[in-house]
Structure formats: structure tokens, C-alpha cells
Design a protein around this ligand. Structure first.
Ligand SMILES: [Zn+2]
Length: 164
């Protein structure tokens, strides 16, 4: 079954692979770079204490991560084998999910059409989803597909759907 990315606070997007380890080493620099796949803006999240890096593109789903596998070693004792490099060079899509229960929007990458279908199936079963969309890079263009758009339960003036 498809695992949705873990939720992180704020506006930051987390790749599908991110683990809880990230919490241990807070302090990162967020930068905007050109996505190697679709050439639009991607985010680079660089952890200056450890040298770990995550690159994510919310438009095509490109993902790159360089993380430390062995956390028992000191940083200056790490060799190439202690690092895990992951790259999703040819992503199928990027997804975005906002649920009513969370203030954060969840983002991640899909590797195949099969995963997209699973995602659609999963979110269709939930009644807590406010918004869900996928974005793909197809024939040189970014194509966004809205899967669910229920709108906020309370609007900016504090009215609920029933009041309006
Ligand atoms: Zn991209």
C-alpha cells in the first residue's frame, strides 16, 4: 500500500521517503533551485550540521536525498558507505494533500501511474481531505489535476459551509 509522506509542520514539503530522523538534526537552509527534470523551481533543503540534503520539486515530483545511514558515527568518520543517496530521476507526478485535521499541506512524489491510482483510491475513502491535487510534467508542460477540492470548512470570516 502506498504510504503517504509524514506530516511536517508549516509550509515545508516533505518527500515521501523522509523519516523521523530529520527531527533530530534541525537547522536547515531552504533554497530554490532549478529542477533537473522539469526546469521549474524546486526546493533544496540543506542541513548544514550534517551535510544532508533533500531536493523536491512540487511540479513534477523530482526527488533527491542524501542522508546519513549510520548515526552512531561522528560526522568526520563517515565514509561514502554511510550515506544513502536516493534520486527519483523520472517521477510520475508530485502530489499535494491538505486535510482538515492539519494546518500543513503534505507533499510528495509518485513513481508510477499505479501509485497515483492508489493515492486517488486512498483519498477517496477519507472524508477529512480538504484538497488533493497532482502535478505532472508531460511533453514539456506542467499539468495539474485536481482530485479533491472541498474547500475550507470555515472561510476567512469564520463561516462554515452550512452558514453560507
Ligand atoms: Zn520538476
Amino acid at each position: 500500500m502506498l504510504k503517504l509522506a509524514s506530516k511536517v509542520g508549516g509550509q515545508k514539503c516533505s518527500p515521501i521517503f523522509i523519516s523521523h530522523l530529520k527531527l533530530k538534526y534541525m537547522g536547515s537552509v531552504i533554497d530554490y533551485i532549478e529542477c533537473p527534470n522539469c526546469k521549474t523551481e524546486a526546493t533544496s533543503d540543506f542541513y548544514y550540521k550534517t551535510g544532508e540534503e533533500y531536493i523536491n520539486c512540487g511540479n513534477c515530483g523530482y526527488h533527491y536525498s542524501a542522508t546519513i545511514k549510520n548515526r552512531n558515527k561522528k560526522l568526520n568518520e563517515l565514509t561514502d558507505e554511510d550515506w544513502e543517496i536516493r534520486e527519483l530521476k523520472h517521477p510520475y507526478a508530485a502530489y499535494r494533500i491538505k486535510s482538515y485535521e492539519s494546518i500543513a499541506t503534505e507533499c510528495g512524489s509518485l513513481e508510477s501511474e499505479e501509485q497515483l491510482n492508489e493515492l486517488k483510491h486512498e483519498v477517496s475513502k477519507l472524508d477529512t481531505i480538504e484538497y488533493c491535487s497532482v502535478s505532472r510534467f508531460v511533453n514539456g508542460e506542467i499539468v495539474v489535476e485536481e482530485i479533491i477540492d472541498n474547500g475550507p470548512k470555515t472561510d476567512s470570516a469564520g463561516f462554515t459551509e452550512q452558514d453560507r
